[in-house]
Write a new protein. Structure first.
Lengths: 119, 119
DNA sequence: GATCTGATTCGATAATTGTCAAGGCAGAGA
DNA sequence: TCTCTGCCTTGACAATTATCGAATCAGATC
């Protein structure tokens, strides 16, 4: 799977100029909002940070990091998955999660303000 | 008001390293999530883009851009305001909104992935 | 096959949220 | 002062969502 990591890459990545540069159309906003929404929950934001700050991480380790039930963590991971922010891969007994750098980069690009070097 | 733009600024701005660098604590996630949540609605994301892509913009212009009632727009603007993403100022009859670049920058920094130039 | 462990799905419930209609407040002008 | 306009607040309601327990599924091991 590490081979075909190019499933939905650049297409999404090259969506829109930064918010500070041009307003979004309704459609663009509708497409992008779910990603922000996925990060808009403290549990998911922390899950995302745990996933993004390692190469890959097992669900068991993620579950241990919270005082929440397995199904609840699973639910939040699904939201992150469906938003396109993370990828999941089952390997033997465990499921491993990893971040989608392109997605994060896209969001970062949207929020970009007055890139110092670009001036 | 443009003078005392220092109401809740730098404190928030210097929060955390990028998600991809270090995981967030529960408290950090709790503080940051509301900003993402505020952007997690298509209407608000588009509002934010309209506000951020101009110097300042009147509520009347924002309302005109949507097929939504005044109170609904007002509600969304309040969410953006309370998340610290925008500032509002009443001038005569109209209320003007402007973006808080620091807030956007903070979020962009959080999502920053492997800054090419930093390698 | 039987069983055990890790993770997801299902079903239910309480809490949050997006939306609007109605009402209220602030400033401008008659 | 009265009225008009622009915006916000309140109250209500439908829809969404966060959470958990129970059930189910996927592999591994016996």
């Amino acid at each position: 799977m590490s081979k075909q990591r190019g499933s939905l890459p650049e297409v999404v990545a090259a969506c829109c100029p930064p918010l500070a540069v041009a307003p979004l159309t309704g459609e663009q906003a509708t497409n992008l909002a779910p990603m922000f929404k996925a990060l808009g929950d403290p549990v998911r934001l922390r899950l995302m940070s745990l996933i993004a700050s390692t190469d890959e991480i097992c669900v068991c380790d993620l579950t241990d990091a919270f005082d929440l039930s397995g199904p609840t963590i699973s639910h939040h991971l699904r939201v992150l998955r469906e938003a396109g922010l993370v990828d999941a891969e089952r390997r033997a007994t465990w499921v491993w999660y990893r971040a989608r750098p392109q997605a994060l980069k896209q969001l970062a690009g949207l929020l970009d303000v007055a890139t110092p070097a670009a001036v």
